[in-house]
Design a protein around this ligand. Structure first.
Ligand code: ASP
Length: 297
């Protein structure tokens, strides 16, 4: 753990998925916009948790991503979203599952971190948002454009962010509209600590996108934590975790993950066709964005 240094790092993603060429520009611009929001907080000494929340809010507000605005519909044509946030300082976590009609699911997860409960779902999660005066949104506002819905029938997609702040604190977050056509009430890995995300200042932080049931069954985020504990580097730990997806979920099970080790080492890997990522650290001259790993070389 860095302690009171000026080292910081931020990595965000806009989903492990397959994109049409026409979507690429909006995806690349979107992750860079999200990165800028979190970076501004980290540069001025703000917390990793605030940076992760700020980055994810931007991604939720952009219709290019399946989270918040731009969400996929379930089998009944409704929007049900999931989000999770975890603070590596004290392992506090807040998450919502199958929540409807809120503008920013990540904001509800953040507010829940102040409570004892870790995860609220469905009507209970919506009631909590309402009781706390958090912004609501109509289904029309949240629903992805009709062309995107039909294009992505059965597809999945999520946004996420991971940060290390100047105080050595880490945070991770996720937000998703889930899988197009998913069952009513379905919750994937995204709100599950140890599944789709994890953050521990003494180890590192990670956030996944991909085949949610398989990520949950493998407890993928906790596998990454165990690998880091064993001395595996950040990128290898994620690559090793992602490589397990097809063996458990079948040939089509794919995904991607982003992470930062406690010493600031940043890594990401995926076995999906695309994984939209942007990253910046205190050591880098400028942010970088990629649509797939092979662009990084
Ligand atoms: N993991 C998400 C879910 O299962 C979807 C995704 O990341 O693509 O809801």
């Amino acid at each position: 753990m860095q302690d009171g240094t000026d080292v910081w790092a931020l990595i965000v993603h806009g989903g492990a998925k397959e994109m049409e060429p026409a979507e690429e520009e909006a995806n690349r611009a979107g992750v860079l916009q999200a990165l800028a929001a979190g970076r501004e907080i980290l540069e001025r000494g703000g917390s990793a948790l605030d940076a992760v929340e700020a980055s994810i809010r931007v991604l939720e507000d952009l219709p290019a991503f399946n989270a918040g605005r731009g969400s996929m519909v379930n089998e009944q044509g409704d929007i049900e979203m999931c989000a999770g946030l975890m603070d590596g300082r004290d392992l506090s976590a807040g998450a919502v599952g199958a929540i409807r009609r809120v503008r920013n699911p990540i904001g509800v997860a953040r507010r829940l971190m102040e409570e004892k409960e870790v995860l609220l779902v469905g009507d209970g999660a919506l009631k909590f948002a309402r009781d706390n005066g958090l912004p609501l949104a109509g289904e029309e506002e949240l629903r992805a454009a009709a062309e995107k819905q039909s294009l992505l029938e059965g597809a999945h997609d999520t946004v996420g962010a991971v940060a290390l702040d100047q105080g050595g604190n880490m945070a991770a977050g996720t937000s998703t509209g889930g899988i197009s056509g998913q069952k009513v009430g379905r919750i994937g890995d995204s709100p599950l600590p140890g599944g789709g995300l994890y953050a521990d200042n003494h180890v590192g932080a990670v956030s996944f996108s991909g085949d949610g049931e398989t990520i949950a069954r493998l407890a993928l985020a906790s596998r990454v934590m165990a690998s880091l504990d064993d001395g595996v580097d950040m990128e290898q730990a994620i690559a090793k975790a992602v490589a397990k997806l097809p063996g458990t979920g079948g040939a089509g099970a794919d995904g991607g993950g982003i992470g930062i080790r406690k010493d600031g080492q940043v890594g990401w890997a995926h076995n999906s066709p695309h994984f939209v990522v942007a990253l910046v650290t205190s050591d880098m001259a400028a942010p970088r964005a990629f649509l797939r790993k092979t662009e990084e070389a």
